[in-house]
Design a protein around this ligand. Structure first.
Ligand code: TXA
Ligand code: MG
Length: 318
């Protein structure tokens, strides 16, 4: 039976012995294992029911370690790491042979990130290996932003969630890969395109391709509640279309009352995209547990973190 605890020593021991621990980060909880322990890494894929073609992010404790595992660090990768690490930025770089193929799904690149969470930083400092950590949810489901979300998913499969409280940023890291020296956004996340471009200038996005995903976080269905979910520009018009159903609404900043609505939640009463991002997954988890027939999510203005939130909501609707 899973334990929710903030005992770093215990978490370190489990990881050293080749077990898995769910760890808090500033984005979402991750399902962590020693990158050099093959059976731990296999357990990550098995626990998540994640296809082996979908590579894992390696979480490092220091910038120095990046030189040990990356073959080449483009100048703009250095600028981005200077600006955003520790923080919700993942860099995909050419890997050195030391990184096992199982982590990278056979790719010649490795995804690296230095998380900004005090408990997890302490944990990483207590270990002499980095950890691979995908989001701690079954494949395709909503990412966990609280220890309880992880415990609900993996009550029997996991020994421990290291409880670091609710995740501050609330959606996954922004992933940047490189074509030569040119940065490319693989997955929009907790750092907005505007903030990335303020550091390195205009950046292309990867084009979606479900069959050979370069970043399978780009898979069109992902981050999804089990309740059918729709994204709407005009919530009340969408409510009319679903008349007679038990409807839950996820509003951005203001609740518009209507008799046809069973449950309404607001992501940010002040209209802050940052606050909305940090509340998004917890609100979806809650709505998903309310026996609704449909969840209608209001589309945010498509700028800043609003674009990242819309990206996740769109994938939740597929
Ligand atoms: O915020 C986050 O990034 C969280 C926390 C726990 O750090 N982690 C996370 O991991 O979201 P995961 O596995 O759910 O998503 C990682 C994404 C996947 O879509 C994967 O395909 C992509 O990163 N990825 C990993 N290695 C890659 C590589 N070498 N090339 C391209 N994409 C890669
Ligand atoms: Mg994930």
């Amino acid at each position: 039976m899973i334990q929710i605890s903030s005992d770093i020593n215990r978490a370190a021991t489990i990881l050293q012995e080749g077990g898995l621990v769910a760890i808090p980060t500033e984005t979402v909880y991750g399902l962590a294992g020693n990158i050099f322990n093959e059976s731990a890494i296999k357990k990550i894929f098995k626990t998540k029911q994640r296809p082996l073609f979908n590579p894992l992010i390696v979480h490092v404790k220091s910038r120095k370690y990046v030189n040990e595992v990356a073959e080449y660090i483009p100048p703009k990768a250095t600028q981005l790491a200077d600006a955003f690490w520790p923080g919700p930025l993942t860099l995909v770089l050419k890997k050195k042979p030391i990184i096992p193929d199982l982590i990278t799904a056979g790719k010649d690149t490795v995804a690296l990130r230095m998380p900004d969470h005090p408990l997890t930083q302490k944990l990483l400092n207590a270990l002499d290996f980095p950890v691979a950590a995908p989001s701690a949810n079954p494949f395709g489901r909503i990412s966990p932003t609280k220890a309880e979300h992880v415990a609900n998913y993996f009550a029997d499969e996991l020994e421990m969630v290291l409880d670091g409280g609710p995740c501050q940023s609330g959606i996954e890291s922004t992933i940047i890969g490189f074509d030569g020296d040119n940065p490319i956004i693989y997955r929009l996340g907790s750092i907005s395109r505007e903030d990335i471009e303020a550091v390195v200038g205009p950046v292309e996005s990867i084009t979606k391709n479900d069959t050979t995903p370069d970043a399978p976080g780009m898979l069109s269905r992902h981050y999804a509640p089990t309740t059918p979910t729709v994204l709407s520009n005009d919530v009340l018009a969408t409510v009319m279309k679903h008349q007679g159903k038990r409807i839950g609404i996820l509003f951005f900043k203001t609740i518009v009352p209507h008799d046809g609505i069973a449950v309404a939640k607001v992501l940010s009463p002040n209209g802050s995209e940052k606050e909305a991002a940090s509340n998004l997954y917890a609100a979806l988890h809650d709505l998903d547990n309310m026996n609704l027939d449909v969840i209608i999510a209001e589309r945010l203005p498509n700028q800043g973190l609003g674009a990242s939130i819309n990206d996740r909501l769109l994938r939740a609707t597929k």
